[in-house]
Design a protein around this ligand. Structure first.
Ligand SMILES: Cc1cc2nc3c(=O)[nH]c(=O)nc-3n(C[C@H](O)[C@H](O)[C@H](O)COP(=O)(O)OP(=O)(O)OC[C@H]3O[C@@H](n4cnc5c(N)ncnc54)[C@H](O)[C@@H]3O)c2cc1C
Length: 380
C-alpha cells in the first residue's frame, strides 16, 4: 500500500492551490455577499483545464485520473466552494456522463466545448416534487418520431443561468416507471426553454441556482443519451461518481476552515498566551485534523476505486457522508476558535460554515447516502 502522491498529482494539486489563492481568493467575500457568479474565474478555470480534467484529450480534456480531480477540487474548495461546485458539476456530471454514455456525434458537438470552458454544462434531475425520490419525474418527453417534446420544471439547478448545454432527465413512458425515463441534451437558446429566478441561498452564493421551465421544447432524437429508457440509470451512474467530487468539495471546505483556525489560534492571545496553548483549543484542532485525515482517506479510496475499475457506489457514498459531516463539524468549530471574529465576514470561516451545509444535501442527502451504504453492506 502506497499513500504517496505521484509527482504529477503534486503538480496538479499545487497548480490548483496557486490558482485558488491568486484568482479566487480576491473578491470571494464580495461575490458571496452579492451572489455574483465567478464568470471571469470560471473562464480561466476552463483555460487551465480544470473544467474537463478527467475527459479524454481527444475531446479537449486533461485525460487525468480521479485522484488528480479530487486533489484539485479540495484546493479550489478551500478558498471558494461556489467555484468548485461549478467545476464539480461540469467535470463529474456533465463531461463524465457525456463521455461515458454519449454518442460519438454528441461528444464531438458538445463535449469538446464543455472540457475547455468554451461552454458550461448543467445537470437537471431535481424537480419541485422529485428530489431524493428521483423516480417521480413529472417532466415529460413525448416521442414524436424524429424528435421529443419536452415539458416540465426542474428545480435547484446549479449553473442554471450560466450554462450553455443542459442534460435534462424526463419521463417518456410513464407506465414503465423508472425504466421509462430518458436523458437529453438541451441547448440554452432553444425555443420554449426558460430560466427561472435565481435562488437566494444560505451558502455557495456565488454559484447560480435556478429553476428551469420547459414549454414544448423540441429536442432532436439524436440528443437522447443512450438507448430509450436509459435515463434513470444514466442519472444514478453519473451521480455515483459526482458524489466523489462533492466529497472532495466537503473535504476542501473542512481543510480550508481548519487551516484558518490553526493559524488564528497561533496568533490570538488570551490570558497572556496564544489561544492554541489552551488545551480546549488545542484539542479542537486535534479533533479537526483527525477527522479531516479520515475524510481524506475515504475520498482518496473512492477516487482510487473509480480509477481502478472497482465499484465505487459504496466508497463514494461513505466518502460523501463522512466528509460532509466533517465539513459541518469542522467549520462550526473553526468559527468557535475565531471567537467574535469568526462571526464576521473578513475571517472567511463563517462563509465556509454556510457553504459546508449544502454538501449534506445535494447529489443525495446524507440520509440517502445511508440508504446506499446500508443496502450495500446488508446485501454484500
Ligand atoms: C444549492 C443547490 C444546488 C443544487 N443543484 C442541483 C443540480 O445541479 N441538479 C439537480 O438535479 N439538483 C440539484 N439540487 C437538488 C438537490 O439534489 C436536492 O435538493 C436533494 O437531492 C434533496 O431533494 P429535496 O430537496 O427534494 O429534498 P427531499 O427529497 O424532499 O428530502 C427532504 C428530507 O427528507 C429526507 N428523505 C427523503 N427521502 C428519504 C428516505 N427515503 N429516507 C430517509 N430520509 C429521506 C431527506 O434526506 C431530507 O432530509 C441542488 C440543491 C441545492 C439546494
Amino acid at each position: 500500500m502506497d499513500f504517496k502522491l505521484t509527482e504529477e498529482h503534486i503538480m496538479i494539486r499545487d497548480a490548483a492551490r496557486d490558482f485558488a489563492k491568486s484568482e479566487l481568493l480576491p473578491g470571494v467575500i464580495e461575490r458571496d455577499e452579492k451572489q455574483e457568479f465567478p464568470k471571469e474565474q470560471v473562464k480561466k478555470m476552463g483555460e487551465l483545464g480544470f473544467l474537463g480534467m478527467m475527459a479524454s484529450p481527444e475531446y479537449g480534456g486533461g485525460g487525468m485520473d480521479t485522484v488528480s480531480y479530487v486533489l484539485a477540487m479540495e484546493e479550489i474548495s478551500k478558498i471558494d466552494a461556489s467555484a468548485s461546485v461549478v467545476m464539480s458539476v461540469n467535470n463529474s456530471l456533465v463531461c463524465w456522463g457525456l463521455e461515458t454514455f454519449g454518442s460519438a456525434e454528441q461528444k464531438q458537438k458538445y463535449l469538446s466545448k464543455l472540457t475547455t470552458g468554451e461552454a458550461l454544462g448543467a445537470f437537471c434531475l431535481s424537480e419541485p416534487e422529485a428530489g431524493s425520490d428521483a423516480t417521480s419525474q413529472k417532466t415529460t418527453a413525448i416521442d414524436q418520431g424524429d424528435h421529443y417534446i419536452l415539458n416540465g420544471t426542474k428545480n435547484w439547478i446549479t449553473n442554471g443561468n450560466s450554462a450553455d448545454f443542459y442534460i435534462v432527465i424526463a419521463q417518456t413512458h410513464r407506465e414503465k416507471k423508472h425504466k421509462g425515463i430518458n436523458a437529453f441534451i438541451v441547448e440554452k437558446d432553444w425555443e420554449g426553454f426558460e430560466v427561472g429566478p435565481k435562488e437566494n441561498k444560505l451558502g455557495i452564493r456565488g454559484s447560480d441556482t435556478h429553476s428551469l421551465n420547459f414549454n414544448d421544447v423540441k429536442v432532436p432524437k439524436e440528443n437522447r443519451i443512450g438507448e430509450d429508457g436509459f435515463g434513470f440509470k444514466f442519472a444514478m451512474k453519473t451521480l455515483s461518481g459526482g458524489r466523489i467530487g462533492i466529497a472532495a468539495q466537503a473535504l476542501g471546505i473542512a481543510s480550508g476552515a481548519y487551516e484558518l483556525a490553526k493559524n488564528y489560534s497561533k496568533q490570538r492571545k488570551a490570558f497572556g498566551t496564544e489561544i492554541c496553548n489552551h488545551q480546549a483549543i488545542a484539542f479542537k484542532l486535534a479533533d479537526m485534523h483527525t477527522n479531516i485525515e479520515a475524510a481524506r482517506h475515504l475520498v482518496m479510496k473512492a477516487a482510487w476505486d473509480k480509477d481502478n475499475g472497482n465499484n465505487y457506489d459504496l466508497s463514494g457514498a461513505m466518502a460523501k457522508l463522512f466528509a460532509s459531516k466533517t465539513a459541518m463539524e469542522v467549520t462550526v468549530e473553526a468559527v468557535q476558535v475565531h471567537g467574535g471574529n469568526g462571526y464576521v465576514k473578513e475571517y472567511h470561516v463563517e462563509r465556509l460554515m454556510r457553504d459546508a451545509k449544502i454538501t449534506q444535501i445535494y447529489e443525495g442527502t446524507s440520509e440517502i447516502q445511508k440508504i446506499v451504504i446500508s443496502r450495500s453492506v446488508l446485501h454484500d
